[in-house]
Ligand binder design. Structure first.
Ligand SMILES: [Zn+2]
Length: 316
């Protein structure tokens, strides 16, 4: 089913989306931002994504020494797993990581154990390769609202809990855009229908918090962005509609969890229910009723989301 597609996609404001080859094409993007000869990566993919990131620098004629920042929106491995290996190739970069994530990048063993718990040992190895720690003196740990500069632009790093407690988003006020990591959910380009974007929450374990996530979506929208760049996947623009649906859908996942909480086979009922709910939204969206394709595109997210919802139910 995978089709050949470009690894690099250029957008406005010096932004390039780089496919990180995580799981399947079109699932995860790192972003390269170039401003006045200086560069930053927003998210890195995994260690196995490194060749794509280095080719993107070459394609944009940026010397690795001119990369100032590696911005890891949060420390989940599809976003920051490659940060250590990448930092070894970027002599002058600093890596910005949320206060709650910093120790995990400096000492990744707990992160690795957590991911093996979610994916199992074999899949973990195939997905992530080797995780390289980052020297603490190369980490920048931003307080909520901290500003950094890249070339001539100022980027604000704002804490956005809900998907993960160690999550921040990157706000570029001058260009009216935000890099949202996973806070604004997932919008695979595979789900676009006549250019119309589809949105769904990502509720990965272990910090999913529905009301915090909705508040973070509102906070992003309070900046009045024209575009939001998602790790999954790249630019979305129909923002007021997507923000409304994102919040409705976060609450729908939470309701689904509450409804199935007492079930004897909670895990499987929840997975059935979530796939059905996503199916209803895709029907409304006008996406073809092709079950094989829907399973191909959704099954991994349904599994992760359900694990996250169950974790939230158990915490409550
Ligand atoms: Zn993610």
């Amino acid at each position: 089913m995978p089709e050949a597609r470009p690894k690099l996609t250029d957008f406005r404001a010096g932004i390039t989306a780089i496919d990180t080859d995580y799981v399947r094409p079109g699932l995860a993007a790192a972003h390269l931002v170039v401003d006045s000869g200086r560069a930053a990566f927003v998210d890195t993919g995994t260690t196995l994504s490194l060749p794509n990131l280095m080719s993107a620098l070459a394609a944009k004629d940026v010397d690795p020494a001119d990369v100032d920042w590696v911005l890891t929106t949060h420390v989940h491995l599809d976003h920051a797993g490659g940060a250590g290996a990448l930092m070894q190739r970027l002599p002058n970069a600093r890596c910005a990581v949320h206060p709650r994530g910093a120790r995990h990048l400096a000492e990744p063993s707990k992160l690795i154990a957590g991911s093996i718990a979610v994916y199992g040992e074999e899949r973990y190895r195939a997905l992530y390769g080797e995780i390289v720690p980052i020297d603490e003196d190369r980490l920048f740990v931003p307080a909520d609202g901290a500003s950094i500069t890249l070339g001539t632009r100022v980027l604000e790093l704002i804490h956005t809990p809900g998907h993960a407690l160690h999550h921040y988003c990157v706000v570029d006020r001058d260009h009216e855009l935000i890099f949202s990591g996973d806070t604004f959910g997932i919008s695979y380009r595979d789900f676009d229908v006549d250019g119309r974007e589809f949105i769904m929450p990502t509720t990965t374990p272990v910090h999913f918090d529905p009301e915090a996530l909705c508040a973070s979506v509102d906070r992003l929208m309070s900046y009045g962005p024209r575009s939001i760049f998602l790790t999954h996947y790249a630019e979305v623009r129909d923002l007021p509609r997507l923000a409304r649906q994102m919040k409705e859908r976060v609450r729908a996942f939470a309701d689904l969890g509450r409804r199935h909480a007492p079930a004897r086979d909670r895990a499987s009922e929840l997975r059935h229910g979530m796939f059905a709910l996503l199916g209803e939204w895709l029907d409304e969206h006008g996406f073809p009723r092709d079950d094989a394709k829907r399973h191909y595109l959704l099954d991994d997210d349904v599994e992760l989301n359900c694990q996250g919802v169950e974790h939230w139910l158990d915490r409550k």
